[in-house]
Design a protein around this ligand. Structure first.
Ligand code: ADP
Ligand code: MG
Length: 571
């Protein structure tokens, strides 16, 4: 088989250049990335083997092995997981398959200037490329489980890579790094030293469920007891404790450990905002560890975005993105659910129907909403950041999750005319309502400015009546769907008659309005005739103080903003 040479895709080349010239201040994370990939590959093999008896893969001793060679200055990370086919290698390793790379590079340039570049990597799946921070040549040998031929990929990261088919290769993937000679004298970058590797594994990968093994004794023992047991092959040591964090109690686990687990499962680079632990005991036992991210993933609104949490059964991962466990409006929640009693061999379709899954789904949704509520009172800054990033997604729940509608309304906050800086909850709005005010007033629109400049706002501003300013597309839809909050109906100020007046004042105003209506009857009829089918009705308004006229819709009508939204959705 000839060796083929390929060029890296342009974006990949740019990223590699950044790796080679190491924009990370912390190079140690390359090992975390390689272990994370190896762990994913083992998970995938396990899951595939569960589904496909005929796969013909060896799943008897799944593990990760680290091999350091001090003399040759190489480090190898090996797994006997799913592996990659020839095409997988070219597709996954030679290109950055994910969308948004150009945007990433753009952001990276900015972040670099601000000294925050480190944080951006990983989010875009440049994990494997981080090897080039520490290596001047990387060789990957892999064989996909169930296939006969293997593939070798090699590159120095400078523009091209070579790919070669091998007649034989062990199942899984081995990645060998030839460590940079310029780091040879620096203890900090001695990635062949067992103590160094142990420390990195402990720090970043302790929770990985697969054993991470390394022969560590050799060098240390050789120094201490000169060749006492010389010649014998040293036993590998398992470096990680493999303890499932969700099975341990909260005070036993440090935040740093939780954060590493979160980063591993979410492929996010930033720490999560909240950690949520759930334990159910009794007839149907399960444990869950959920995370609220601090910023949305890129694919939050993509059709094919990965959503859902990892589903384990008794410590064994059986599904990576289990949508059935979390409602769609909480799709940004990441984490792990470990059930004690579920069939290992379930399909996604069956899961949707499973009663236990449904029970977990309900409980987890309630728990997440309760956490948001708790965050709102105990950690208002976190809550504010959360709601800014995810509020428009959570509000989708008002449309479908009738069970939790009140809970969602209770944690929601909205921009309002009361304080341009600070969003308000409905409860706070109701507390500020004027004597005799019956409704919660809102206006939907494209932007705060558009709403504030609307003629509909005039009378409300004049009278000092607070109006909620709703600018998310989803606001158009849910406002019409929710029941009254605390007995107060939500009313659009752009629909129907503005009902600003109340009590005695209202009686007077009514009489006055009647009188005026008579006075202006001629004008109104004339206008209605001139405007013909363009309008339903022409009526006198008490809502304007400055503008001479404005267009309003009926209470049940589709608003202009909603019309625009439907148009955008191609309807
Ligand atoms: P990410 O892990 O975020 O997808 P990486 O750059 O770390 O991005 O890896 C790119 C892809 O290469 C992975 O998604 C996976 O498909 C493949 N890959 C990397 N390492 C391995 C491995 N050890 N075994 C199998 N596939 C791997
Ligand atoms: Mg990765």
């Amino acid at each position: 088989m000839p060796t083929e040479t390929f060029e890296f895709q342009v974006e990949a080349r740019q990223l590699l250049q950044m790796m080679i010239h190491s924009i990370y201040s912390n190079k140690d994370v390359f090992l975390r990335e390689l272990i994370s990939n190896a762990s994913d590959a083992l998970d995938k093999l396990r899951i595939e083997a569960l589904r496909d008896d005929a796969l013909g893969a060896d799943v008897s001793d799944l593990h990760i092995a680290l091999d350091a060679d001090k003399e040759a200055r190489t480090l190898t990370v090996r797994d006997n997981g799913i592996g990659m086919s020839h095409d997988d290698v070219v597709r996954l390793i030679g290109t950055i398959a994910r969308s948004g790379t150009a945007e990433f590079l753009e952001q990276l340039k900015e972040a670099k200037a601000a000294g925050a570049a480190e944080g951006l990597i990983g989010q875009f799946g440049v994990g494997f490329y981080s090897s080039f921070m520490v290596a001047d040549e990387v060789t990957l040998v892999t064989r996909r489980a169930g296939e006969d031929k293997g593939t070798r990929w090699t590159s120095t990261g400078e523009g091209t890579y070579t790919v070669e088919t091998l007649d034989e290769a062990p199942q899984g993937t081995a990645i060998t790094l030839r460590l940079k000679p310029e780091d040879a004298e620096d203890q900090l970058f001695d990635y062949t030293a067992p103590w160094k590797i142990k420390e990195i594994v402990k720090r970043y990968s302790d929770f990985i469920t697969w054993p991470i093994r390394m022969v560590t004794g050799e060098q240390e023992n050789a120094e201490k007891k000169e060749g006492e047991e010389g010649g014998e092959a040293a036993e590998p040591e398992t470096l990680n404790s493999r303890k499932a964090l969700w099975a341990r109690s909260r005070d036993e686990v440090s935040d740093a450990e939780y954060h590493e687990l979160y980063k591993h499962i979410s492929h996010d680079w930033a720490d999560p905002l909240e950690i949520i632990q759930v334990r159910a005991e009794g007839t149907f036992e399960y444990q869950a560890l959920l995370f609220l991210p601090s910023h949305p993933p890129r694919d939050l609104f993509a059709q094919d975005s990965k959503r859902g949490v990892q589903l384990y059964v008794k410590r064994v991962l059986i599904m990576e993105d289990c949508e059935a466990l979390i409602p769609e409006y909480l799709r940004f929640v990441k984490g792990v659910v470990d059930a004690a009693d579920l069939s290992l061999n379930v399909s996604r379709e069956i899961l949707q129907q499973d009663r236990q899954i449904q029970l977990m789904h309900r409980r987890l949704a309630k728990k997440v909403l309760a956490t948001i509520r708790e965050m709102k009172s105990a950690r208002p800054d976190n809550y504010a950041a959360f709601w800014r990033e995810f509020g428009h997604v959570v509000k989708e729940g008002l449309l479908g999750d009738f069970d939790n509608r009140d809970a969602i309304l209770a944690v929601a906050s909205f921009a309002s005319t009361h304080d341009p800086e600070k969003p308000t909850t409905l409860a706070e709005y109701v507390e500020r309502m004027k004597e005799g005010q019956k409704h919660i007033h809102y206006m939907t629109g494209e932007s705060r400015a558009a709403i504030e400049n609307s003629p509909h706002m005039e009378a409300f501003r004049e009278k000092g009546v607070e109006v909620l300013i709703l600018t998310d597309p989803v606001d158009e839809v849910w406002v019409g769907a929710v029941p009254p909050f605390d007995g107060k109906e939500l009313r659009s100020i752009a629909k129907g008659e503005a009902d600003l007046d109340s009590g005695d004042e209202a009686e007077e105003a009514k009489a006055e309005r009647e009188q005026r209506r008579e006075e202006y009857a001629g004008l109104l009829t004339w206008m209605a005739e001139r405007l013909g089918d363009d309008v339903k009705e022409v009526r006198l308004s008490s809502r304007l103080t400055v503008s001479p006229a404005c267009v309003v819709s009926d209470a049940g009508d589709v608003t202009p903003a909603l019309q625009a939204m439907y148009r955008a959705m191609g309807q």
